[in-house]
Ligand binder design. Structure first.
Ligand code: ARG
Length: 403
């Protein structure tokens, strides 16, 4: 009996080539696995293709619900934007795919799992670290990295082996799920040049967006969105709907230079309409509810959480420890934010919460309030004391030439 390898299979060029390649190089049975994370894959078509290329068995798993509950929701609570820009759709999806890979490998008694990541990106790290941590005895194979397979070599091999490749002319590397779409490579490698409109699927260009703005109201409970425009919705449906509404207004496009973990700077394009609106709304609501001390401290933890996830360390215990703190703060993050969407931008224009620390009576300049302005004078005296002392000394040193 032959050994079995489980291959994370997307139906694209790399992984289609890998089915045959693994069979021929290692004389193994290849079992393929495709995961739906809200990108609306035609799972049947992908499964048929895998089988037609010789996969011994194929697994299709819809993990969209789990993805949102256990990966996207923590990202919203942590306001996760890598380098202030990227909502991390790909980075969040990888550890879940790796977890399922391990489950299937264990079920099939496989000796190894394989993926189609190159040696230049972050995705290889996310897969490898997660698999190794969950199943230390399972071998991880990355043939594209191992043999440095390039696109031309893959196309040549595919032609030789009669592997059909859709969109042969498509030069981009794309990864998509419910939280967003990542687009790399091809003409995008030229960082000077504006991307062609053809690369975008979830968003219209701001120029083509409606001339009239639109409002959306998002209600959060314990830090996660539960109601959209007054309608209680299931998490997946809510994000789908918001992707549609915000995409129509051209919201969620990112074009930036990003620092990959392996030290390379890369030019990355993203489209994440719902993610941009939800994180912006969530941040706005937190500002109304959390104390300034909580906000200041949480910001550092949010950044650490984001960095851990980006760099493939989802499985590290630190993530859960950070989430314990973050979740505690989120218990109070309930309320509604009104967002305005207009030609590629979104911003909060109103917010309310039963847990609000905003006190109109305290804040207003207009009426007599419980805020005793006389206290301000003494406060300022003490607040500025260290600064004043330091400056007096500085002047003295200058004048008397002390040192
Ligand atoms: N640079 C992004 C990240 O590391 C996007 C990766 C996209 N992956 C892909 N296979 N196109 O998360």
């Amino acid at each position: 009996m032959k050994d079995t390898i489980i291959l994370a299979y997307s139906g694209g060029l790399d992984t289609s080539v890998l089915i045959k390649w693994l069979q021929e190089e290692y004389d193994v049975d290849v079992v393929t696995f495709t995961m739906e994370l809200g990108q609306q894959t035609d799972l049947k078509k992908v499964a048929d293709k895998a089988r037609s290329l010789g996969a011994k068995n194929h697994y299709s798993v819809d993990g969209t619900e789990e993805f949102v509950q256990n990966y996207v929701f923590p990202a919203i609570k942590a306001n996760a934007l890598y380098e202030g820009k990227y909502p991390m759709a790909t980075a969040l999806g990888r550890p879940l795919i790796a977890k399922k890979l391990v489950e299937i490998a264990q079920k099939e008694g496989a000796i190894a799992v394989a993926h189609g990541c190159t040696g230049k990106g972050n995705d290889q790290v996310r897969f490898d670290v997660t698999v190794k941590a969950l199943a230390p005895d399972l071998k991880v194979m990355a043939p594209v990295r191992e043999w440095g397979l390039c696109r031309e070599a893959e196309i040549k091999y595919a032609k030789e082996k009669c592997i059909s490749i859709p969109h042969l002319s498509d030069p981009y590397s794309i990864d998509q799920n419910l939280w967003g779409r990542s687009i790399e490579c091809g003409p995008l490698d030229n960082a000077e040049q504006e991307p062609l409109e053809e690369i975008y699927e979830l968003t219209v260009s701001p120029e083509k967006a409606p001339d009239k703005s639109e409002y959306v109201r998002i209600a959060f409970e314990a830090g996660v969105p539960v109601v959209l425009n007054g309608k209680k919705m299931k998490p997946v449906a809510l994000i789908e709907k918001l992707n549609e509404i915000a995409g129509k207004h051209g919201i969620g496009r990112v074009d930036h230079i990003e620092d990959r973990l392996v030290g390379i700077k890369s030019r990355e394009i993203y489209e994440s309409p719902a993610a941009e609106v939800l994180i912006e709304a969530h941040k706005d609501l937190e500002k109304m509810i959390l104390t300034r001390h909580e906000l200041e401290f949480k910001k550092q933890l949010d950044e650490k959480w984001t960095w851990l996830v980006y760099t493939g360390l989802w499985i590290d215990p630190l993530r859960e420890a950070l989430e314990a703190f973050i979740d505690k703060t989120q218990e109070r993050v309930c309320g509604e934010v009104k967002m305005k969407l207009y030609k590629g931008a979104c911003w909060a224009v109103g917010r309310s919460s039963p847990m609000s620390l905003y006190d109109k009576n305290l804040a207003t300049y207009e009426v007599e309030t419980s805020f005793n302005q006389a206290h301000a004078e003494g406060f300022i005296e003490l607040w500025g004391l260290p600064t004043k002392v330091a400056n007096i000394l500085k002047e003295k040193v200058k004048k008397e030439n002390i040192c």
